[in-house]
Ligand binder design. Structure first.
Ligand code: SAH
Ligand code: SF4
Ligand code: F3S
Length: 427
């Protein structure tokens, strides 16, 4: 069949889309970008916030109408896991609803052509699937799946199941293959990479070995780390591995101790700040980012101010800011009083304004600096190429004389927060 895949949500979902593509191709199907000619359409969905869920379901309705003949519509990902059979009953245009642990069954199910919801949650690691990667020269490698943290606002542990680590040998083999195939960047993926453990190999050891295998020509990153589990050992491995990117996503969620406790995060503001200091001491040029939630149930105005002050104190390069969204099955649903939606939005926009300013100021600090960038592909505007710094900053090169995968030494000449402009310099 001619298949089209659309993916929403986090990097884990993006990579699951590549795994799904691998499964379909191995079964003899063709995967195309053009939805018009598709006979089967797959939407890989995210359930982390209500908005993400609504948007993905909206796309299902839209996509079903694109091909001339109604395609087989398959809903995958976290919304599929969350609603399963219920969704199949409610959305008549869906033919299949398939949770993130059962993609390997899709070829067989396509063959059977039944309307069905399959949402078994198991220990699936897709160990024997060859993912079809779409983002050369960048690549994702899953190290662990699932999450056991059960932060009280979060649906991920409910839809992604329990934590399981992939065997280290398989990860090393996959990395070797990617380096051989010319990939120049590897991002190790997991909801909580610091929990990685397999036959005595923990995450710092895994990262160290991956960095050695990747060698001089390939950069290594990872997401996401839980601040509670960030150790000195991990920070030292990062600081000493020359190809390990000086970038850290360290989601704080709140700057207030009582709220952090109600969220079940397992650290205090001070403990969090100590870890930030440890990272900055070891890697002064580190690019730091965070996630914050505004209007968690019971969050008072004073408590919210602590989140504002944390943004100002850490001065993150980037922050992903969200208003609290009620999610099924999560413990925070029982916490009262809820902050009114309007007030959540008001707090969110305060955080956004403050962070926008900080992001801009921090990015201007690199103007005039020279650094290597990895060319990733054409930029949005014609005549320009896009590239990334080791800190994962986007740098635009105003020329087409570069190929994806090339490392170029540039001087940063302009910066406005998210976009930087670089002029090549000769070494
Ligand atoms: N495992 C990752 C994040 C997964 S979800 C981690 O622990 O960092 C990505 C982000 O979505 C979270 O960090 C959180 O800030 C946000 N998020 C999760 N559930 C949410 C909810 N119910 N409402 C608003 N934001 C939420
Ligand atoms: Fe969700 Fe917390 Fe797990 Fe991250 S660590 S996925 S926020 S439960
Ligand atoms: Fe969303 Fe599922 Fe990722 S809920 S954030 S796509 S794990």
């Amino acid at each position: 069949m001619i298949c089209h895949i659309e993916v929403y949500g986090c990097q884990m979902n993006v990579h699951d889309g590549e795994i799904l593509s691998g499964i379909l191709k191995a079964a003899g199907h063709t995967v195309v970008d053009n939805a018009k000619i598709a006979e089967a359409v797959f939407v890989v969905t995210c359930a982390v916030r209500e908005h993400a869920e609504t948007r993905a379901l909206g796309r299902v309705t839209h996509l079903a109408g694109i091909p001339e003949k109604k395609p087989v519509m398959v809903l995958c990902g976290c919304v599929a896991q969350e609603h399963g059979q219920r969704l199949l009953e409610k959305m008549k245009l869906l033919d299949m609803v398939i949770g993130p642990d059962v993609y390997h069954k899709i070829p067989e199910l396509l063959h059977e052509r039944r309307r069905i919801a399959v949402t078994e949650q198991g220990i699936e690691n897709y160990e024997h699937v060859t993912a079809v990667r779409e983002q050369f020269p960048r690549s994702f490698v899953t190290v662990m799946r699932g999450c056991d943290n059960f932060c009280t606002y979060c649906i991920v542990p409910h839809v992604r199941g329990r934590e399981r680590s992939r065997p280290a040998e398989l990860i090393f083999k996959e990395v070797e293959g990617l380096v051989e195939a010319g990939y120049r960047e590897i991002t190790l993926l997991g909801q909580n990479v610091n929990s990685y453990i397999h036959n005595g190999i923990d995450f710092p050891k895994l990262l160290e070995k991956v960095s050695v295998i990747a060698g001089d020509r390939c950069w290594v990153r990872f997401v996401t780390s839980h601040p509670r589990d960030l150790t000195m050992e991990l920070a030292s491995v990062m600081a000493s591995g020359k190809n390990i990117c000086n970038q850290f996503h360290l989601p704080a969620q709140s700057g207030n101790d009582r709220v952090l406790k109600a969220m079940g995060r397992g650290y205090t503001r001070n403990e969090y700040l100590h870890k930030v200091t440890m990272l900055k001491d070891l890697m002064p040029d580190i690019v730091l980012s965070t996630d914050m939630i505004a209007g968690f149930p019971g969050e008072s105005l004073e408590e919210f101010e602590d989140t504002v002050s944390l943004l100002k104190e850490v001065r993150y390069d980037y922050a992903f800011l969200f208003r609290y969204s009620e999610r099924e099955k999560t413990a925070a649903l029982k916490i009262s009083p809820a902050v009114p939606v309007k007030e959540r939005l008001r707090r969110l926009s305060i955080l956004q304004d403050i962070q926008a300013e900080i992001t801009k100021e921090e990015s201007k600090k690199i103007i005039g600096m020279e650094m290597p960038v990895l060319v990733t592909g054409p930029a949005r505007r014609p005549g320009q190429m896009a590239s990334r710094t080791m800190g994962n900053r986007l740098v635009i090169l105003e020329s087409l004389d570069f190929t994806p995968g090339q490392l170029v030494q540039v001087k940063i000449v302009k910066a406005d927060g998210y976009t930087h402009f670089g002029r090549p310099v000769s070494l």
